[in-house]
Design a protein around this ligand. Structure first.
Ligand SMILES: [Zn+2]
Length: 255
């Protein structure tokens, strides 16, 4: 049976914001910190990257604190971005997908609904959606449409033995979480289904919502799927860097 180790790779941060940003309509008076991450799943046969981070040009434009190119971080564990064959994009927000061009040989796995909303629905051009979107990488993805480098998934689907994409709406219209077989059981790389561990623990999502009811159902689904609540991982929690063994600078092993 294929099993993977899961690594969290920090490529920017920390950033401080109001607590209400990451805990919907509460913690207004508190502050909260977040980092930017992507993930590497290492199996005996395959290496799968979950999310692509941000390319250097965009990081410069956004003046992103603590930024290191995702390709550079990845190389610290011996993985060359240019040689990666499998890239899962959880959703099309710039902090997760604008770096797709850093992986020129990868097959990209994305939910069809997420793709068609972000690229084809005029509502995605309105200001609240534009704020989290990146045009360049969307154009790049559009150039892959119809080739074998872009696989558009319709709902839950195993992409490799031991790696299953799970439709998990709420934060975006069709975010996908990734269920991964590990030596500890099934773990969930949930990306922004939760920004911090507290979102799962307190059953309380962030303020970045397109569908709150969908989000609640997603939490039920992911809890059922994970072998233990400790194996549900969020998208931006600095505790991913703190509470797990560090294998290289900015890289920890989650499971
Ligand atoms: Zn994010």
């Amino acid at each position: 049976m294929a099993e993977y180790e899961i690594y969290a790779l920090k490529y920017a941060g920390p950033f401080t914001s109001s607590g209400a940003f990451l805990m919907w309509r509460k913690d207004w008076e508190k502050t909260v910190q977040r980092n930017y991450y992507f993930w590497c799943l290492r199996g005996e046969q395959e290496t799968v990257i979950v999310d692509a981070g941000i390319p250097p040009e965009l990081a410069k434009e956004k003046n992103l604190a603590g930024y290191v190119s995702p390709a550079e971080v990845l190389f610290r564990i011996g993985v060359r971005a240019g040689e990666v064959h499998h890239l899962i994009l959880t959703h099309l927000h710039w902090d997760h997908s604008s770096g797709v061009g850093l992986f020129p040989k990868a097959t990209v796995y994305l939910q069809e609904e997420e793709y068609s909303f972000a690229l084809k629905n005029p509502i995605s051009r309105r200001p609240p959606f534009q704020q989290s979107s990146d045009e360049k990488s969307k154009t790049y993805l559009a150039s892959l449409e119809g080739t074998n480098r872009l696989v558009l998934l319709k709902g839950d689907q195993e992409v490799l033995p031991g790696v299953e994409c799970l439709l998990a709406p709420g934060h975006t219209i069709a975010l996908q979480a990734v269920a991964v077989k590990t030596s500890q059981g099934t773990a969930i790389v949930g990306s922004d289904c939760a920004h911090i561990f507290r979102n799962y623990q307190e059953d309380w999502p962030s303020a970045l919502i397109v569908d709150l009811i969908g989000w609640m159902k997603t939490y039920e689904k992911l809890r059922k799927k994970a072998s233990s609540p400790d194996l549900l991982f969020p998208g931006h929690d600095p505790l991913m860097s703190k509470n797990y063994p560090e294998v290289a600078k900015d890289i920890t092993r989650l499971a």
